[in-house]
Design a protein around this ligand. Structure first.
Ligand code: FES
Length: 873
């Protein structure tokens, strides 16, 4: 009998179960045997370092190192540094600096930071950046991490990362409303579906929007606490699951706060009014109900001093009434919680390694699944020796359904080992034939397209006029801009869990919408939607339609193959890189005429793109779930056509906000992308604004006008002008009409997302190494107007992260492929921005409390690339 292995973790000796393979990665044992969920699986290749732990004080990745190698050494995980009740100063600093978004990287970052501090007591900024260079954060919080580490060691942080300025009042503000009630309340009017008064002094708020690091739960809690006049700590935001949650569609399009915020606000205001009406009766009040005073849920009649509480009045009861719009929410001037940088509710758990993610889920009797995808889109299974895999230790089932192959094992490392064996056993015939990557844009322009005229942001079937031409004396410029395929590249590969029991399927998924996911699963499995429950569980940041829905379907198939046992399904890094739907490649051609005064007289914009939204739709043929394409009885892929509407996919932000007198904007929709595509943060706006804002600098140079001045001359929208001016002022912009030279550059770009959501302008300072061509961003200033601000720290974090992510796309990223398939299979094959490439950040938030919330999660992606390109230019 082999000797049992003992690990010394967080000061405690743990004797591992007999028979455990000594080659098992440390990460697997920490997470599954010791229940330490802080270290995360990100790649299994020691490339992303989400799995870092301290071994004898040195920070090292734990995803590959075998347990046999670390027996007897002192291992420390993020849980060993501190707990929610007694956090370590580094963990406190991460919370205070809000140095996380989704937080999937946080454990690895904190451990890397502690490893650094174990080596260097007072590291410099460059030493901090260098120490974090191996840790990937896909949400882009590197700069906040650097600041948190400085805070921990007591070094000064001279400048705030953001500041809030009150916007100048806008005459006759264009207040945008849905109608008498927010749309979500029209769909789900029952007050009990939004607010519940609990015994024990808490209040539960329901929303249909899911949290994936954008801070929506905290913002919702702030809004509800504000209207109900209770402390924030009394608010619990319910998890999102089919049946329980209001149906607010998918959490997409920077619409979380815009959609659910007004609904929660109205529902909470009506709950408060109902409670005051009850209190008026209960207290036999001498003050009208509207005059009763509420403080943290205690209601006082000022005339008599008599008191009651929400909980004494109503705990456990149901409102049993619809939200009608009868109660008026508080005026902005009365707000005391909305507008404040409240600490996000989920941070402390995440920085101390508490189970917070789908990947951390543990269910009784849970087993582990892995899927073997074909090596390329059009690879067909020739042969596969199932028996050889079945015979491996721990293997419970091998699932083979057409070219969908998967394995289920008792332990996770056994599933991973079986997957490796499956790879060796499977023989494929790869018929994939992609165009050469270096000819991609020519290929796109040669494809038949479906063309539509875009009028005020809306694609129409109106006849497309010929290109607008110049007049005598005008100067004409033309330019073409390209965007490669980009990937979401979530730090944690997609995962899901599923249980099929008593004819019902329960799926834990990181979907953007539990109801759309329920419908898609039902359609693909030929089940009734009410036979399927979808429970949202947070994963790492997703940034759009990534592999999460596919993983949920994979898990469902495995659960159906093994009824009665919950199956945890985790994609490997190559699954995520190789099979997620990418942001589409695009080509944008611009042509404009400048009149003799240097103003734009005519503007032409043509954009070619594949689909940006390929998630299957109820009632439409086909499915977007990968495994369904591969089963023996396949369902064809959903084939999206062009969508006529306002600022959709490929023509999002194609129509500039500038006051050009003549414009012709045409979208050329291409079907049949060589690579799988779907929604990636900001969709087509990223490339359209890249083109527009780069071209604006070319036009400004041709007109001999400073780029800021040139923009302002063409901007009538006061809020747009305000963000451009704020960014320029904060950056110390000096008017210029010629390049800075000396390898240093400064650029500006601006956009209003979808021309109806947040406004953002960005100024980037950078240096170019003229020998190598390497670009180093030094500083970025963001100015944004997102209407009324709920949580400025959260808003700034979103804007910063959006900029950093888009800067990474711009400077480093392109999905690599050749004729036989995708070659970007891991982080080495898809390099992204690291901590060493991140500039200092400063954000100016223009608060407009009298205005509606404007979605901002994708506000900085569109102007980011042109701010960088213009600085290089
Ligand atoms: Fe770093 Fe999401 S916060 S990956």
């Amino acid at each position: 009998m082999s000797e049992r292995i003992t690990l010394h973790v967080n000061g405690i000796d743990h004797e591992l179960p007999a028979g455990i393979d000594p080659e098992t990665p440390l990460l697997t044992v920490l997470r599954n045997d010791l229940g330490l969920k802080g270290p995360k699986f990100g790649c299994g290749l020691e490339q992303c370092n989400a799995c870092k732990v301290l071994i004898d004080g040195a920070d090292v990745p734990s995803c590959e190192i075998p347990i046999a190698r670390v027996a007897g050494l002192a291992i420390t995980t993020v849980e060993g540094l501190g707990t929610p009740d007694n956090p370590h100063p580094l963990q406190e600093a991460f919370v205070e600096e809000q140095a996380i978004q989704c937080g999937y990287c946080a454990s690895g970052m904190i451990i890397a930071a502690q490893g650094l501090l174990n080596r260097v007591r007072y590291p410099t900024d460059d030493e901090i950046r260098a120490a974090l260079a191996d840790n990937i954060c896909r949400c882009g919080v590197y700069e906040r991490v650097r600041r948190a580490i400085k805070m921990r060691i007591g070094r000064p942080i001279w400048e705030p990362i953001y500041e809030v300025v009150e916007g100048e009042p806008i005459p006759d503000p264009p207040v945008e409303t849905d109608g008498p009630l927010p749309a979500s309340l029209v769909t789900t009017p029952e007050l009990d579906r939004w607010v519940r008064i609990n015994p024990g002094g808490t209040i539960t708020i329901f929303t249909g929007k899911v949290e994936y690091g954008q801070g929506i739960q905290t913002a919702v809690a702030q809004i509800a606490a504000e209207e109900l006049d209770v402390d924030l700590a009394r608010i619990e935001v319910a998890g999102v699951a089919t049946g329980a949650a209001p149906d607010e569609g998918a959490t997409v399009g920077s619409l979380s706060l815009e959609t659910t915020g007004p609904a929660v606000r109205q529902a909470a205001a009506e709950a408060r009014q109902h409670l005051l009406d009850l209190a008026f009766e209960e207290l036999e009040a001498e003050t009208p109900a509207a005059g009763l005073v509420v403080a943290d849920g205690t209601i006082t009649d000022p005339a008599t001093g008599r008191q009651t509480t929400y909980w004494d009045l109503f705990a456990g009861r149901r409102f049993e009434r619809p939200v009608t719009g009868a109660a008026a929410p508080k005026p902005a001037a009365a707000h005391r919680l909305v507008g404040r940088p409240e600490t996000r509710l989920d941070l402390l758990a995440k920085v101390t390694g508490q189970p917070s993610y789908l990947h951390d889920l543990e269910l009784p009797g849970m087993v582990y699944g892995r899927v073997l995808r074909p090596p390329a889109y059009d690879a067909h299974l020739v042969s596969f020796d199932e028996a050889a895999v079945r015979a491996l230790p721990g293997v419970i089932a091998v699932v083979r359904d057409g070219r969908f192959l998967a394995v289920i094992a008792e332990r996770e490392e056994q599933a991973v080992r079986a997957l490796a064996a499956m790879k060796e056993q499977a023989v494929w015939d790869n018929r994939t034939a992609l165009p050469p990557q270096d000819q991609l844009y020519d290929y796109m322009l040669a494809q038949p397209s479906r063309d539509f005229l875009v009028d005020r942001g809306t694609a129409t079937t109106d006849p497309i006029p010929p290109r607008l031409e110049e007049e005598p004396g005008d100067r004409v410029l033309a330019a073409t801009y390209y965007r490669p395929y980009h990937m979401h590249g979530s730090l944690g590969p997609s995962a899901a869990a599923a249980l099929f029991q008593d004819g019902r399927l329960t799926v834990w998924a990181q979907t953007q919408g539990v109801y759309p996911q329920q419908a898609a699963l039902a359609a693909a499995l030929a089940m009734e939607p009410d036979e399927i429950e979808v429970i949202y569980a947070e994963g790492s940041g997703c940034y759009g339609h990534n592999g999460a829905d596919d993983a949920a379907f994979d898990a469902a198939l495995l659960a159906l193959a093994l009824p009665g046992r919950p199956v945890a399904l985790q994609w490997m890094r190559e699954d995520e890189h190789g099979w997620e739907p990418y942001g589409s490649a695009m080509v944008v051609k611009l042509q404009a005429a400048l009149d003799e005064a240097g103003a734009v007289r005519a503007w032409n914009h043509d954009v070619w793109s594949f689909a940006h939204t390929t998630r299957s739709r109820p009632g439409a043929a086909g499915t977007s779930l990968v495994a369904a394409w591969h089963r023996a009885e396949p369902i064809e892929p959903f084939q999206p056509g062009p969508t006529l509407g306002n600022n959709f996919g490929e023509y999002r932000n194609a129509d500039p906000l500038y006051a050009f007198p003549n414009r012709r904007i045409v979208t050329h929709f291409l079907a049949g992308s060589p690579l799988r595509t779907s929604s990636l943060r900001s969709l087509g706006a990223y490339a359209n604004v890249f083109a527009i804002e780069s071209f604006m600098d070319e036009l400004a140079a041709a007109a001999g006008v400073d780029p800021v001045e040139f923009r302002l001359r063409h901007l009538a929208d006061k809020r747009a002008r305000a963000v451009v001016e704020a960014a320029a002022a904060r950056a110390g912009w000096e008017p210029r009409t010629w390049p800075a030279g000396e390898g240093r550059g400064r650029g500006i770009a601006f956009a209003r997302y979808k021309n109806r959501q947040a406004y953002a302008a960005i100024v980037v300072d950078l240096e170019v190494d003229r020998t190598t061509g390497a670009i180093q961003m030094k500083r970025a200033v963001i100015a944004a107007d997102a209407g009324q601000i709920v949580n400025p720290d959260g808003l700034s974090n979103q804007l910063e992260g959006g900029f950093i992510q888009a800067a990474s796309w711009t400077l480093h990223e392109a999905v690599a492929f050749d004729e036989s398939g995708v070659r970007s299979q891991d982080w080495d094959g898809y390099p992204i921005l690291r901590a060493t490439g991140v500039p200092e950040l400063a954000t100016v938030l223009i608060n407009r409390p009298e205005q509606p919330f404007l979605g901002s999660g994708e506000g900085t992606q569109p102007p980011a690339p042109a701010a960088i390109a213009n600085a290089v230019y």
